[in-house]
Design a protein around this ligand. Structure first.
Ligand SMILES: Cc1cc2nc3c(=O)[nH]c(=O)nc-3n(C[C@H](O)[C@H](O)[C@H](O)COP(=O)(O)O)c2cc1C
Length: 206
């Protein structure tokens, strides 16, 4: 099959892309508006892009100039929290992705608990095993998305997902997003050593 994105409706391109780039991590983003109203929503156009400073990105569809509550809140307060979606949080996470009216806190209906963050005003999800407290680094308009770049100013990790002080993916048990309405847990974890090669001679260094 050959696809030419320029010959397809945007909705088909979207459906194709999200089934081709899989699995994607999910940022479960908590934010608050200038009025203090809480918001919670998932975003799988999500990744880490820099470690000095630590930067993460979330791409939020611009919905023809009607910003999603998360984007509106981030613009108002310049802060947000990324909560990792572990397996037990799958259904609660999906329930927050309805088009709830602005001002609805998705915490209550999802059965999730807002807990006070350390460095930012938006609360974190108490049931999530790992959170990244972020300040807005910059916003970049990209196609029909707004790329929100956040600087991680504090990370909180529940002790039971650590092994010898490091985040243990098997214990973290994150859920990945696939195409359509499909999600996937980690499955078998494989370990491989990367080749150590001299950039000068190209020789392997054992
Ligand atoms: C697993 C999942 C991932 C999603 N990823 C994105 C995304 O990357 N970008 C986006 O704009 N919407 C994404 N959505 C849709 C938003 O979560 C949805 O529009 C939500 O209602 C936005 O909430 P808000 O208006 O409270 O910010 C995703 C939905 C789900 C269920």
């Amino acid at each position: 099959m050959i696809l030419d994105p320029r010959a397809l409706p945007t909705s088909d391109v979207y459906r194709f892309l999200i089934s081709a780039v899989v699995p994607r991590p999910i940022a479960f983003v908590s934010s608050i508006g200038a009025d203090g109203g809480m918001n919670l929503a998932p975003f799988s156009y999500f990744n880490a892009v820099s470690s000095e400073p630590p930067l993460v990105t979330i791409a939020i569809n611009d919905r023809d100039g009607d910003p999603k509550d998360t984007l509106r809140n981030i613009r108002e307060t310049k802060e947000f929290v990324v909560n990792v979606v572990s397996e037990p949080l799958l259904d609660a996470m999906v329930s927050t992705a309805g088009d709830w009216p602005r001002g609805t806190s998705e915490f209550g209906p999802a059965g999730l608990t807002p807990a006070p963050s350390t460095r930012v005003r938006p609360p974190y999800v108490a049931e999530s095993p790992l959170q990244l407290e972020c300040t807005l680094h910059r916003e970049v308009a990209l196609g029909n998305s707004i790329l929100v770049v956040g600087e991680v100013i504090l990370a909180r990790v529940r002790d039971d997902v650590l092994t010898e002080g490091k985040v243990d993916a098997a214990k973290l048990a994150p859920i990945g997003r696939l195409g359509g309405e499909f999600y996937a847990p980690l499955g078998t974890i494989l370990k491989r050593k990367r080749p150590r090669v001299s950039r000068v001679t190209g020789e392997e260094q054992g």
